[in-house]
Design a protein around this ligand. Structure first.
Ligand SMILES: Cc1cc2nc3c(=O)[nH]c(=O)nc-3n(C[C@H](O)[C@H](O)[C@H](O)COP(=O)(O)O)c2cc1C
Length: 450
């Protein structure tokens, strides 16, 4: 497994939550207060990440506003009003030239033809920089916007996702790379022998094809996946090329890394064709003390209503009202697990049972980093930690979650990136032309050419 890295450097993604990752980011004076619908803000932070030579920027998505108590929601504006990612990313493609542009699209409330077309278009517009984060939707309220009274059940969502991805990949192969001859002399625009019709009929989808976009520059836009449950891992092993995952200690990250990569052989895949990129909420200062102060400031801004609401969401909607916030987390009935993301729930229960954290301590830890690992320190502290995880085969890279934007990203690019570069862990110049090239991923062959 180790040899497959072939001397590759660390991969870095930047996760752009509208005002930043921290739940109180919008209260920080160095964050853009109307970030969700401010295009200049996204243009600025994407260019900053590009200056830092990040492999990619990533925007998450849901097709519903969050459900919950308005008293809490009104104090936490993230993801209440923000751009549709597949409208935003083509615009960002026009103001950047190297960085990968990755967005979530749900397989629960979309049709494969739409998604194949949109990401193929983004790949053309950006010159081969598109990536799709395949999610099954963690927000139960999405069901109500798409003619359903209930969200699909957890494993059924993944079943649908696997077929969905298969259809999308088939549609991307509709045209061979050189199908469009566009020859004025012969008067032939495309070669009909290089056009393929999918004719897919499966349990969830019936899609004839072909797609009305030429094969994407990358062959297929890069596929990401962000669910770490048993079925989530199996789906990732089958098709993902990048995996986003919360990991809180190196031993668990190494176990996850090994587990995921060892599942790939049965799908005919090499372990190097999937990059594991756990989330990292790094709060950096010129000194360790400065970083601690920055973190303390943000933590102090978490309103208890918001903390409880966030925690309850992660527990499948289990209502914590009426429990003593300084007391222990009560038993959470198993049925709530099916309604939530299982990975976050597992971490939260472990903090409660093994570390004995109170409800308040749990929501502070969870809400502060939104479930991702937090690291607070100087550039050296942060680079040391990242190096240990990378060299220890716990990760192929990281998905950085700047705590507040643009401030937290500026700090990381100014302070940590040069440190990683000077250690030979991260690039100083972009290599290759596409996101695939930069991530060390092969361009997929067209399925009709064997
Ligand atoms: C970094 C990261 C980004 C995610 N982005 C989204 C997203 O944009 N939309 C969404 O519905 N779920 C998102 N998720 C949730 C996962 O896709 C998944 O639904 C969740 O982890 C539960 O799946 P699991 O039970 O397999 O862990 C994200 C998760 C992680 C770790």
């Amino acid at each position: 497994m180790r040899d497959e890295r072939r001397g590759e450097m660390m991969k870095l993604g930047a996760f752009f939550h509208p005002t930043g990752n921290h739940v109180a980011a919008w209260l920080h004076p160095e964050s853009q207060i109307d970030a969700g619908t401010n295009f200049q803000h996204y243009a600025e932070i994407t260019r900053t990440a590009e200056r830092g030579k990040f492999d990619l920027m990533f925007v998450a998505d849901a097709v519903a506003v969050r459900e919950g108590k308005l008293s809490a929601l009104s104090r936490w504006p993230q993801y209440m009003a923000y751009f549709d990612p597949l409208t935003l990313l083509p615009a960002l493609a026009a103001v950047t030239s190297h960085i990968g542009l990755v967005a979530t699209a749900t397989t629960s409330y979309n049709e494969p033809y739409h998604i194949a077309r949109k990401f193929a278009s983004l790949d053309h517009i950006s010159g081969g920089r598109a990536g799709w984060n395949v999610v099954t939707s963690s927000n139960v309220a999405e069901a109500y916007n798409f003619g359903r009274e209930q969200h699909y059940e957890h494993d059924e969502r993944y079943d649908r996702a696997v077929e969905f991805v298969e259809v999308v990949r088939g549609l991307w192969d509709s045209w061979e790379d050189d199908a469009f001859v566009r020859d004025r002399m012969s008067g032939r625009y495309f070669d009909p022998t290089k056009l393929h019709t999918l004719n897919h009929k499966g349990p969830h989808f019936s899609v004839r094809g072909p797609l009305n976009v030429a094969r994407p520059p990358q062959g297929h836009p890069v596929l990401f996946q962000a669910g770490s449950s048993e079925v989530g891992r199996e789906a990732a092993a089958r098709f993902a090329e990048g995996v986003f995952t919360p990991q809180h200690n190196l031993a668990d990250a190494q176990a996850f890394y090994r587990d995921l990569k060892s599942r790939m052989a049965k799908y005919g895949r090499l372990s190097g064709s999937l990059k594991v990129m756990p989330g990292l909420n790094a709060i950096v200062g010129h000194t360790r003390q400065e970083a601690i102060e920055k973190h303390r400031y943000l933590q102090s801004k978490i309103h208890p209503d918001v903390g409880l609401e966030l925690l309850s969401n992660q527990l499948g909607g289990f209502d914590l009202a009426g429990y003593d916030v300084d007391g222990p987390l009560p038993e959470i009935p198993e049925r709530y697990g099916a309604l939530s993301g299982q990975t976050s729930m597992r971490h939260i229960l472990r903090w409660a049972r093994e570390e004995g954290l109170s409800i308040r301590e749990i929501y502070q830890r969870f809400a502060g980093a939104r479930g991702q690992r937090t690291l607070v320190g100087s550039a050296l502290d942060i680079a040391d930690d990242m190096e240990t995880w990378f060299r220890g085969y716990g990760v192929d890279g990281f998905l950085m979650h700047p705590s507040h934007l643009p401030g937290g990203l500026n700090d990381f690019v100014e302070l940590v990136i040069p440190e990683l570069q000077s250690r030979g862990l991260f690039r100083s110049q972009y290599e290759g032309a596409t996101l695939r090239d930069r991530m060390g991923l092969e361009r997929p062959k067209n399925r009709y050419l064997s």
